[in-house]
Design a protein around this ligand. Structure first.
Ligand SMILES: C[S@@+](CC[C@H](N)C(=O)[O-])C[C@H]1O[C@@H](n2cnc3c(N)ncnc32)[C@H](O)[C@@H]1O
Length: 853
């Protein structure tokens, strides 16, 4: 029997439901299903719709449906650009895959073997892996518990990202370089954002070199989900990262100053539009979609997708690249969106052929014709309504649109989820965008997609963003006799475009998953947006529908659209307005401050800065002006480091952009009466600080290192004599502990070739680390040592109190620490699920399985 068939058998045997295509609503066999209504993995509407689209060749149909009913295998990425990547990969191959291989022999049953872990052939440097076991199996099976623990610990530290294989594709084809300004428009929970951040740091070195000049701005309309991005930031430890909370379809322009100190809008070199979608490509991971799927889901999102893509293109620098992606197979959410935009852009934007960019990845080309379904599941057979963008373009336009350059990944081709990707290159300003003036010396056009076109220094906008108070034109595309609203997802009252309004039966089905519908609506329209947004009158995404919003915007009549949509594109008159609808969103009145904690940069005369600089011997090269705190008055608790560009963007845009988080935490307050510095180093920011620290460093031998990793508070007398000698000259307080492997000596056991840096504390008679157990487990594993049993238990449980060594004082050490209570940002919402649910568009009910359990 071929391997795949055998594996399918294994799944089914474990599931014990071979014929009824059902499983517990929790989604994974035998794990969360007990006591739940089983999910029947059938949906006639899905079958009728996709058979009608002729997307899947007839002879592959059964295979397609069969794979959709099986749980998704696990895939993960080893963080490629971090210096630990090779060590982690070797550790996996040498230790954990052996354990896994044994477990796989058993899992096949009846002596059958499952395929061993394999690298994804199209992912560079064997840094992404496929394991033919579901996430639930890995989580629950004692046979693979060590592997599971390793995955959890390494994920927490940002060394591994558990991510669906197909979701790794968009950042790869976006082709990000360290100097790029990157906008991730719909970023939460942030698996792709993590890849983008890694790319920005591709050239990182441990020398006092400047931080990368690029930036990743990760945005999401859902305030709660933005904190998932904050969690990513913590894992990825980047000073070049910002999280914003806006409706992407009206994402505000950020300003910076050019070399002549002229204020100019920021245009991005790279934009990722991983838009909310119906998510039918994630059926394997989110089986609840079997119950709720109907074609109105996709059609209901079409306009929002269009508007987000449009905004992304407006904000893209000519010469730049944009990737549009969905985890839906539906052409209405994919090719229909692209065909519309391409026509509106009249040649300023074109699809890029990326078919040879990921050798080993099997894809199918984009569709050039598709069908649209009417209410009650009937196909629209008559001619296309002139205004509708749901339909395929006129065949005469096909040669210039090149829709075949889009790519789709089908689940049964490589045992993945389903996915759609289109890469766009902007070669000129959009027809409705204002061109930079000649006098500004900018090159307005660029015939290639290379990132060479100088950015225009000034691009003054007009009041193009719609007149406040005016009745907004109804979107012409999806309106019908019932006035169906767009962007509200399926199953909402008025939420379905007329052509696709579901029947009563469908409504019943959706009521069952009512909460999901509610979440879906909230996420997509952002009506509840961020906390207190209504009070602020800010940040309310326009969706395309919110009539209340329209009325409220009346108060903005005559208000200069300076910081918003109108200017963003340098908008003049948009030929696409009838189709795209008017940008309905206005950001706050000037001067209105959001309620996030303030960002306060330290100045040269700051006592905190002076103290830190002298204690750690930071030196002149240290970018001290890029340190910030989140409180104006009182004790500074945490100190963050940002890149120069992040600082500038923050300071120049704070009043009209809702920044949720920026930079990386480098120092935290750690009051202790006997210590001469109340700020200890944060492990998450240690890499950024190390090149600059010249004082209070303690070199450890390998045995010293093992001792401090294994024991919470070892006596100094247990350390090597030279270490004790150094200690005798150090006072009580925080310190940088370092270990440099010496291959010529005893250190052959370590997989690391480079130094290990740890946040530590020197007490009178002992030392200790300020790192949590997951870091300890990581380094012990890399040094070829098993962590002590007690440490493992705490680590897998994932409980905060077990994790956080940071914050507990040792003997005479840090004591109870104020510093660990993040200023309202990370701690309250930090413990979040990380893995992409595949479909933010359908809300949290389908988004985010737990990362650690
Ligand atoms: C498919 S998910 C994105 C997944 C993400 N790119 C990743 O790789 O982890 C879509 C996201 O879009 C967000 N979203 C929905 N409507 C939005 C809007 N109008 N503007 C910005 N984000 C929106 C959702 O909250 C959700 O997090």
């Amino acid at each position: 029997m071929p391997k795949r068939r055998r594996r399918e058998g294994a799944w089914q045997r474990r599931n014990k439901k071979t014929n009824d295509h059902s499983e517990g609503s929790g989604g994974e066999p035998g794990v969360r299903g007990a006591g739940y209504t089983p999910i029947v993995k059938e949906n006639d509407r899905f079958v009728k719709y996709y058979q009608g689209q002729e997307l899947i060749p007839e002879q592959e149909w059964d295979q397609f449906m069969s794979i959709l009913r099986q749980p998704l295998p696990s895939t993960f990425r080893i963080t490629g650009t971090r210096h630990v990547a090779t060590a982690v990969r070797e550790c996996l191959q040498q230790t954990f895959f052996l354990e896994l291989s044994k477990a796989l022999q058993g899992a096949g049953g009846q002596g059958e073997e499952l395929a061993p872990p394999t690298p994804l052939p199209w992912y560079p440097d064997q840094l992404a892996w496929y394991v033919p076991l579901s996430k639930a199996f890995i989580r629950k099976s004692p046979d693979v518990s060590k592997f599971h623990r390793f995955l959890v610990d390494e994920s927490d530290q940002g060394n591994i990202s558990r991510q669906e294989a197909v979701s790794m594709i968009p950042p790869l084809v976006l082709d990000v370089l360290p100097h790029h300004k990157v906008l991730d428009m719909c970023a939460a929970p942030g698996s792709k954002t993590a890849q983008l951040i890694e790319m920005i740091h591709a050239n990182d070195e441990r020398t006092p070199s400047p931080l990368p000049s690029g930036v990743v701005v990760a945005n999401d309309a859902d305030n709660k989900r933005c904190y998932m991005l904050v969690h990513q930031a913590k894992r990825l430890k980047s000073p070049c990262f910002m999280v914003t909370n806006h409706d992407a379809s009206v994402f505000p322009v950020l300003y910076h100053h050019d070399e002549h100190d002229v204020r100019c809008p920021l245009y991005y070199d790279r934009v990722l539009c991983d838009v909310p979608c119906s998510g039918d490509g994630t059926l394997r991971k989110n089986p609840t979609i079997w119950r709720s799927w109907n074609p109105a889901l996709g059609a209901g999102l079409h306009r929002l997708q269009l508007r987000i893509l449009n905004r992304g293109l407006e904000l893209l620098q000519p010469g730049g690249r944009l990737v549009y992606s969905t985890c839906s197979l539906n052409p209405v959410e994919n090719e229909a969106v692209l065909a519309t935009i391409l026509q509106l852009c009249r040649g300023a934007v074109e699809l890029v052929d990326v078919s040879d960019q990921l050798p080993g990845l099997r894809t199918i080309p984009g569709m050039t014709s598709w069908k649209v379904m009417k209410k009650k599941m009937e196909w629209v057979s008559d001619t296309k309504p002139s205004s509708s963008t749901l339909f395929p373009p006129d065949p005469s336009l096909l040669p210039q649109l090149n829709l075949h350059r889009c790519v789709r990944v089908l689940p049964h081709h490589q045992d993945t989820g389903g996915f759609f990707i289109a890469v766009l290159c902007k070669s000129d300003w959009l027809p409705w965008q204002r061109r930079p003036r000649d006098s500004e010396g900018a090159t307005a056009t660029s015939s290639s997609c290379e990132e060479t076109a100088p950015r225009p220094s000034v691009l003054e906008g007009e009041e193009g963003g719609g007149r406040g108070g005016e009745e907004r034109e109804k979107p012409s595309v999806l309106m019908d006799e019932t006035g169906g609203k767009e962007g509200e997802g399926c199953g909402e009252e008025n939420g379905e475009p007329s052509v696709l309004v579901g029947n009563e039966e469908e409504k019943g089905g959706e009521e069952e998953g009512g909460e999901e519908g509610g979440e879906r609506r909230r996420v997509l329209t952002g009506e509840k947006g961020g906390d207190g947004e209504k009070e602020r009158g800010e940040g309310r995404p326009s969706g395309l529908t919110a009539s209340e919003d329209e009325k409220e915007r009346g108060e903005g009549a005559g208000e200069k659209a300076a910081d918003n949509d109108g200017e963003g594109g340098g908008t003049t008159s948009r030929p696409g307005t009838a189709i795209l609808g008017r940008p309905g969103h206005r950001h706050g009145k000037k001067g209105r401050v959001y309620r996030e904690d303030p960002y306060v940069f330290l100045t040269d005369d700051s006592p905190v800065l002076q103290l830190i600089q002298s204690y750690y011997g930071l030196g002149d090269a240290f970018p001290s002006s890029q340190l910030l705190t989140r409180s104006v008055a009182g004790k500074k608790r945490n100190v963050y480091l940002t890149s120069r560009l992040v600082k500038e963007l923050l300071q120049r845009n704070e009043l009209h952009v809702k920044f949720i988080n920026v930079g990386v935490k480098v120092l935290a307050r750690c009051d202790n009466r006997t210590a001469s510095c109340p700020f200890r180093i944060c492990q998450e920011g240690i890499e950024s600080l190390v090149p600059f620290i010249s004082a209070n460093r303690l070199s450890l031998t390998l045995d010293d290192l093992l001792l401090v990793l294994r024991e919470p508070n070892p006596l100094s007398t247990g350390l090597a004599p030279p270490t004790q000698e150094t200690l005798s000259h150090m006072g009580v307080g925080p310190a940088l502990f370092e270990y440099t492997p010496d291959r010529s000596k005893e250190d052959t056991r370590t997989l690391y070739d480079h130094p290990i840096y740890l946040s530590g504390w020197v007490a009178r008679k002992s030392v200790r680390l300020y790192v949590d157990k997951k870091y300890r487990c990581h380094y012990l594993a890399m040094l070829g040592h098993e962590p002590p049993q007690t440490m493992c238990l705490a680590s897998v449980s994932g409980r905060r109190d077990c994790d956080s060594e940071e914050g507990r004082g040792g003997e005479g050490g840090g004591g109870k620490e104020e510093g660990d209570v993040e200023s309202g940002v990370e701690e309250k919402k930090g413990e979040v699920e990380l893995e992409e649910g595949g479909n933010g568009g359908t809300g949290e009910a389908v988004a985010g399985e737990e990362l650690r359990t």
